[in-house]
Design a protein around this ligand. Structure first.
Ligand code: ADP
Ligand code: MG
Length: 367
């Protein structure tokens, strides 16, 4: 069954639509520092307004732990939204009520009261079975907004019908954080390049000495299994490490005791960039090193440059990878930056998410 989209809700003239958006914007002293997420919702909002709907939006903002907390009020978002889309209402932070995360029936009832239809455009939250995600589709005609629709199309194509060769570059801190997505990607990619903190458990599984680098003893067997699975896995051949005395140097794959590996070396970065250059589909998640520190940002930058320059279909997922890309000014040079870190990885892993399932069930009921 296909995901229901905005057109499936017509006619909407004079109808009231509850829009679940992702307005989880960065705030500093109660001011919005980047309104990207509000602007990103405008295609859906404007489509609804153009078709005569009255729109009430709702979102979570930060982690207020189920009770009102003025630091996480949606008031600044409401003010910005009033400038960008006059006439659209915005509820207070959904997570001010414990019923949101618990999917409590009373809370769902309050959300849907007086509404005629529901639109979910919060890709970053569709992997959570929260009240505002799975509740309204139980009773209201429901559809995916444009952002959600696009995310699902892009990630589905990558998962089911990628142009080959398909190369995934994975980094970030831990193997254990990413094992589900690594397993899923192993089934569809032609090769996997692994950098970041997680590469050291793989290197250790191959018998390398890794000094003081990040290491997960309980993931060694998992890494060994993955290395034996047959899909090509590319690991670093050189590493930039920080010594106990503060010196930064480039090593081979064996690090001396006391040295912490914090970036892939220039040889590895070039090799990964070549893989990306030869691919027709690229998925990148996770920085190649501790890119927040300039001394260990070169590997991540080289990979980001390669992804940006590639003529392949390029998708970047993950909060920190997207932040790195934005910091390098390259966000516009990839085909798709997924707005939902956890959600995109979980979708690649599972091929479905609770919020999508809820929308399809609403459509099945309506049919
Ligand atoms: P994403 O949000 O893109 O999915 P992760 O959250 O998995 O990425 O990982 C990002 C973090 O991993 C960054 O803070 C980065 O500094 C850290 N990291 C990357 N390489 C290393 C390393 N070699 N040692 C320690 N931390 C690392
Ligand atoms: Mg992260």
């Amino acid at each position: 069954m296909k995901l229901p989209v905005l057109e499936d809700l017509l006619p909407l003239d004079g109808r009231r639509v509850l829009l679940r958006a992702d307005f989880n914007v960065p705030l500093e002293d109660g001011r919005i520092t980047d309104d990207f997420r509000i602007r990103a919702a405008l295609p859906t909002i404007n489509w609804l307004l153009d078709h005569g709907a009255h729109v009430t939006a709702c979102s979570h903002l930060g982690r207020p732990k189920g009770k009102p907390d003025p630091r996480y009020s949606t008031a600044p978002v409401r003010a910005r939204l009033a400038e960008l889309a006059p006439g659209v209402e915005l509820m207070e932070n959904l997570r001010f009520d414990p019923g949101e995360e618990a999917d409590a029936p009373e809370f769902v009832a309050r959300l849907v009261a007086g509404q005629d239809a529901y639109v979910d455009d919060a890709f970053g939250a569709v992997h959570r079975a929260h009240a505002s995600i799975v509740g309204p589709p139980r009773t209201l005609p429901s559809a995916a907004g444009r952002l959600l629709q696009h995310e699902v199309e892009v990630l589905s194509e990558m998962r089911e019908d990628p142009k080959r060769p398909f190369v995934a570059v994975l980094g970030g801190a831990k193997v254990s954080d990413k094992i589900g997505v690594i397993d899923a990607l192993m089934k569809v990619v032609d090769s996997l390049a692994i950098g970041g903190g997680m590469c050291f458990t793989f290197l250790a599984a191959q018998g390398a000495t890794i000094g003081d680098s990040l290491f997960e003893l309980d993931q060694v067997d998992v890494c060994r299994r993955l290395l034996d699975e047959g899909t090509a896995i590319h690991l670093p051949e050189d590493i930039v490490g920080l010594g106990a005395d503060g010196t930064v140097a480039t090593y081979g794959t064996n690090l001396p005791p006391g040295v912490k590996g914090l970036d892939i070396g220039p040889g590895t970065a070039a090799a990964f960039a070549d893989l990306v250059a030869e691919a027709r589909t690229v998925f990148w998640n996770g920085p190649m090193g501790l890119f927040e520190d300039d001394r260990f940002a070169a590997g991540t930058r080289t990979v980001a440059d390669a992804v940006a320059a590639s003529r392949a279909f390029t998708v970047v997922g993950g909060g920190d990878s997207a932040a790195a890309l934005a910091e390098f000014g390259l966000a516009d040079d990839v085909d798709h930056v997924s707005t939902g870190g956890g959600a995109s990885l979980e979708f690649l892993e599972l091929g479905d998410l609770p919020g999508l399932e809820a929308l399809r069930q609403a459509a099945a009921r309506g049919a």
